[in-house]
Design a protein around this ligand. Structure first.
Ligand SMILES: C[S@@+](CC[C@H](N)C(=O)[O-])C[C@H]1O[C@@H](n2cnc3c(N)ncnc32)[C@H](O)[C@@H]1O
Length: 219
């Protein structure tokens, strides 16, 4: 049994300055562009985003679908996204404080979705298999999943050595977990690269994969 990682304090405290990091904004732009190129969007889709943060991916994707339910465990992140929505008068996004793994009844997303997406969140959630199975249950049969996250990395990507995270994901292992969770038509591509000085003071390039999959109509 995986212990659930609680990273809410970190993301709450960074929520107001999150969008002031140019590297992060650039990365989100690359991931959003990659989603636009790779996902066969339909304007009628209802979408769910897991770990939306301040909405750096939510906002550009909102124009491609009918609605997005955007969830995040961090109240600070959700408040920042709501402030953006008020400024832009965007009503196609519903932002909810919700933990996708524990999802209390009064906070959980309602109904099933045509498309679920997530950017740079998978490595923050301990139970990858449990998460993928939960995502599968939230999709209509044939519905699409898109996950952008770190390829397996050297373990120095994050500044804080004590932060509980997965050190990226080997694509073949994630492929097997996706199949096991009930997904088919699985493809991987490279959505973005980040070159940065890591906490070991070494200049490293990290790659971000985009995994696309569809919920199998029958198990
Ligand atoms: C690295 S941030 C990415 C934010 C945004 N997707 C982006 O690309 O800018 C990861 C986000 O996942 C959220 N998160 C972590 N665990 C979660 C969980 N179990 N359920 C929902 N959100 C979670 C965090 O609060 C944080 O906002």
């Amino acid at each position: 049994m995986n212990t659930h990682w609680n990273n809410t304090n970190r993301f709450d405290s960074e929520s107001e300055t999150w969008d002031k990091n140019p590297g992060r904004v650039k990365l989100a732009g690359q991931i959003a562009q990659s989603l636009k190129e790779m996902v066969p969007f339909q304007k009628k889709w209802n979408a769910l985003e897991i770990g939306c943060g301040t909405g750096l991916i939510t906002c550009p994707i909102a124009e491609k679908v009918s609605s997005i339910t955007a969830i995040d465990t961090s109240e600070g992140m959700i408040e920042t996204l709501k402030a953006k929505m008020r400024a832009r008068q965007t009503c196609a996004i519903e932002a909810l404080v919700c933990d996708i793994l524990t999802e209390p009844d009064n906070e959980k997303p309602r109904g099933k979705f045509d498309f679920i997406f997530s950017s740079m969140t998978l490595h923050h959630i301990s139970d990858t298999s449990g998460l993928l199975k939960k995502i599968n249950a939230y999709l209509h049969p044939g519905g699409y999943l898109a996950i952008a996250d770190l390829d397996e990395e050297d373990g120095y990507f994050h500044e804080n050595p004590d932060e509980k995270v997965h050190k990226g994901f080997p694509r073949d292992a994630l492929l097997a977990q996706l199949k096991d969770a009930g997904f088919g038509d699985i493809t991987f591509s490279t959505a973005a690269t980040i070159t940065k000085i890591n906490r070991e003071e070494r200049k490293m390039t990290y790659t971000i994969f985009l995994a696309l999959a569809r919920k199998r109509k029958q198990k």
